[in-house]
Design a binder for this molecule. Structure first.
Ligand code: NAP
Length: 253
């Protein structure tokens, strides 16, 4: 299947490590031009260098903390100018889970919600004439009860409604908007690596809860994000694609 991503311009936030990095790697492998960021200048430089060794398209990047509105808007504008436009945008950064404190509500609102909204508002005018795809990163914690009431779960849920409504409002400009919601994903140094070390019992229960009997990999999430963001998914908009190996148990009608 031709994903039609060659020479497309892709911006991904939080993309020097974890799931974001695997998404960036896969877009690059498909021949897209890719712009990355994280808060750490050294890791951006290193990731650009590593990715450029394999990529056919252009790989660019700059440090950016998406919590800083002006910094973030400048990153979008600079990357769009360097690449010559934006065809695909993946707002991937999250503040992660944490207990039900007012501090964490603000943190998840600022990073997960505003971090998505500000990016979307910066890229939409750039997509108006040419069309494009925005794929947000959700979580299964948004669609089923997970651990305890916490802001991460509820703030991520708000992205599903936001994406659906954006898809209705901007479809006439050829802009598709979707969400990919991963279940627990294991990779070295990631959140589930920490849980495996700190709470082996909970990790074991979580593994068994998956219909497929294991946690997912970041590459399995990246495959779905790249597909949904590509021309191969040209008739898909406004969906929340759950990518979880059968971790969630509800019937999704
Ligand atoms: N891991 C899972 O099991 C899982 C499950 C469901 C959903 N998700 C979702 O998938 C997405 C990626 O998760 P992940 O586990 O791969 O995350 P991660 O391992 O924590 O990766 C974070 C990446 O984002 C960068 N970053 C963090 N804060 C940033 C900020 N304020 N501004 C710019 N860059 C920032 C980090 O670099 P610096 O630290 O250098 O800035 C790094 O490159 C998130 O939206 C998460 O909610 C993850």
């Amino acid at each position: 299947m031709d994903l039609g991503l060659r020479d497309k311009n892709v911006l991904i936030t939080g993309s020097t490590a974890g799931i974001g990095r695997r998404i960036a790697n896969l877009f690059a492998a498909e021949g897209a031009n890719v712009a990355i960021c994280s808060r750490t200048e050294e890791s951006v430089k290193q990731a650009v260098k590593e990715m450029s060794l394999m990529a056919e398209g252009r790989i660019v990047g700059a440090p950016c903390n998406i919590k800083e509105k002006e910094d973030y808007e400048k990153w979008v504008a600079d990357m769009a100018e360097e690449l010559g436009g934006v065809d695909v945008f993946i707002p991937n950064v999250s503040a992660g889970g944490g207990n039900d404190s007012e501090r964490n509500w603000w943190k998840n609102f600022e990073v997960d919600v505003l971090g998505t909204v500000r990016g979307v508002e910066a890229v939409l005018p750039l997509m108006e004439e040419t069309g494009g795809a925005i794929t947000m990163i959700g979580t299964t914690a948004a669609v089923e009860t997970f651990m305890e009431p916490q802001p991460y779960n509820a703030m991520k849920a708000s992205l599903i409604t936001y994406a659906k409504q954006l898809s209705q409002a901007h479809g006439e400009n050829g802009v598709r908007v979707n969400v990919v919601s991963p279940g627990p994903i294991y990779f070295d140094g990631g959140a589930w690596d920490m849980i495996k070390i700190s709470n082996e019992k909970f990790y074991g229960i979580t593994e068994k809860t998956h219909a497929l009997g294991r946690l997912g990999t970041p590459e399995e999430v990246a495959n779905c994000v790249v597909f949904l963001s590509s021309q191969a998914a040209s008739w898909v908009t406004g969906v929340n694609l759950v990518v979880d190996g059968g971790y969630t148990k509800r019937v999704q009608l």
